[in-house]
Design a protein around this ligand. Structure first.
Ligand code: BDP
Length: 510
């Protein structure tokens, strides 16, 4: 309910905003009172995650203890992240338990645009052992994807036994199948494929695994976009006898796509309506999960499907998007977010062999050398340039949001109030595990600066530390997190700061 006081405050802010606009100052002022009690969800310490194609491990040296450059970037992103393996290519992997194990017979599948070609590859014992060492070296855990589209219960169980034994407690849970809600395109009969037929197949595979791996835990259904499947599954669940243990309901999210779609642009990515849709999905997913006593995780997503869009996926705007998106899901009690990426080759294979973003660049007249200077895929959080690994803007946004991990979120109406002022900004607050209070304000606006007065309460005192997420402009091919060397203290419980347009600010009071 809007109390009279809040109404007046909001009205005053709106008027202040209007006044400043008319004077051409492009600045909005707002006062935000930080609640004392942390009554929102806890943001898990392992909230931050990345997603890679299973095909990435066809090269066993990639996720290995020897790949020190990649280990460094994983650790720079998070010391306790979650690596999810899956993607379209996971449906074309086959488990190869011994060097001389023969390749199994594969079923017939259809070749369609945007889906992988039926190029099968082996997942080997060596690749899984190296993965275990990589996880050990990074401090990360794993959500491991076993294929469904072309797999058999016996082979799935064989693979799951080895993966569970080898990854040990670094394995959070297994997933079976990637985006089964799209199997009607190339892997199943569209006339009969549904959440029900999926669930029947899933149970056959999960049960075969659970017989061999007693402690097996699962995440499912890992849908591309049909979150209604989560509802259908949750409704069906009580009728399943002795169901396998599902700890997490999972779905994916891409803002839009492919790169050639003109609607995939910075203003659309950052506009409030985009986040409203995210909220609507979260409502459906959270309701289904609570019916099943599970959590929700967004296990694969990014700005633009089929490999991302240059100028949108690889710029500061993507950082502000990922920070906002991640924190919104954290407020909805998600256990985490896995942004998709990897090498250009693995992601290109996952979408049929080429990235539409490359054709865009060719049309613009870029030379092969210029094209190679872009990250591939364009949305990848960690780019590979030769033997170098580089943290990309979208990863900086995730890292910025991840700085609240382990904390308990405060319930606020900040984002609504900010939206009411007409500036495109959101804000989140948390009580951190060490007792500090931290507020993140994301000014996604291309032009309007924000002046915020944060009120921590009359009796509050303490040292104020700030960090900014920034780059020269929304479309800059860079993002930085800068910790201010200067500390401040609260003045009568308050702290004021300017959050320039296209900037994130984190204020921590300790
Ligand atoms: C998802 C797939 C993944 C792709 C990604 C994309 O699971 O394999 O790489 O889309 O289109 O649907 O970029």
């Amino acid at each position: 309910m809007l109390t009279r006081r809040r109404f007046l405050a909001t009205a005053a802010c709106t008027m202040a905003a209007a006044r400043l606009h008319s004077q051409g100052q492009r600045k909005v002022r707002i006062a935000l009172s930080i609640p004392k009690e942390a009554t929102g969800p806890r943001m898990p310490i392992d909230f931050v995650g990345l997603s890679y194609e299973v095909q990435q491990i066809a090269d066993p040296t990639f996720f290995s203890a020897q790949n020190s450059g990649l280990i460094r970037e994983f650790k720079a992103l998070s010391s306790t992240g979650v690596l999810r393996l899956g993607g379209n290519t996971s449906e074309f992997a086959y488990w190869k338990p011994k060097p001389d194990s023969p390749e199994p017979e594969h079923p017939q599948v259809r070749e369609v645009v945007g889906e992988p070609k039926a190029h099968y590859y082996a997942v080997t014992v060596e690749a899984v052992r190296n993965l275990a060492e990589f996880l050990q070296a990074t401090g990360w855990t794993c959500v491991y994807g076993v294929g469904m589209g072309t797999n058999t219960p016996a082979r799935a169980a064989e693979e799951a036994v080895f993966v569970s034994e080898t990854l040990g407690d670094r394995l959070q849970y297994l997933q079976i199948g990637n985006e089964a809600d799209l199997f009607d395109r190339h892997l199943r009969d569209p006339k009969t494929w549904s959440a029900r037929t999926y669930l029947r197949e899933w149970l056959a595979l999960a049960r075969a695994i659970a017989v061999r791996v007693q402690a097996a835990k699962f995440g499912m259904p890992d849908v591309a976009s049909k979150v209604s499947w989560l509802t259908e599954i949750a409704d069906e669940w009580p009728s399943i006898q002795a169901p396998p243990r599902v700890t997490t309901l999972t779905h994916h999210y891409y803002f839009g796509g492919p790169a050639t779609n003109p609607e995939v642009n910075i203003p659309n990515l950052l506009k409030p309506a985009t986040m409203q849709k995210v909220q609507n999905t979260a409502n459906i997913a959270a309701a289904a999960a609570s019916k099943m006593g599970a959590r929700v995780r967004m296990t694969e997503g990014n700005t633009c499907y089929r490999g991302g869009k240059p100028g949108v996926s690889d710029v500061l705007a993507a950082a502000l998007w990922s920070a906002d998106y991640s924190l919104l899901l954290a407020c909805n009690d998600y256990s985490g977010v896995n942004l998709h990426g990897g090498t250009g080759k693995s992601v290109a294979n996952s979408v049929g062999g080429t990235l539409p973003g490359d054709s865009l660049l060719e049309e613009k007249g870029e030379t092969p050398e210029q094209i190679a200077a872009h990250p591939h895929p364009f949305y990848t959080p960690i780019a590979t340039f030769g033997s170098d690994y580089v943290l990309e803007p979208v990863a900086y946004g995730l890292k910025f949001a991840g700085s609240l991990s382990g904390g308990t979120l405060l319930k606020t109406d900040f984002s609504t109030r900010l939206r009411d002022t007409g500036v495109n900004a959101t804000a989140y607050a948390a009580k951190l595990s060490g007792g500090q209070t931290s507020v993140i304000i994301l000014n996604k606006d291309a032009a309007v600066d924000l002046e915020v007065e944060l009120d921590f309460g009359r009796d509050a005192s303490g040292v104020v530390h700030t960090e900014t997420l920034h780059a020269p402009a929304l479309d800059s091919r860079e993002a930085h997190i800068t910790t201010s060397t200067k500390t401040d203290s609260l003045q009568q419980g308050k702290y004021s700061a300017t959050v320039p347009h296209a900037t994130g600010l984190r204020v921590t009071v300790s």
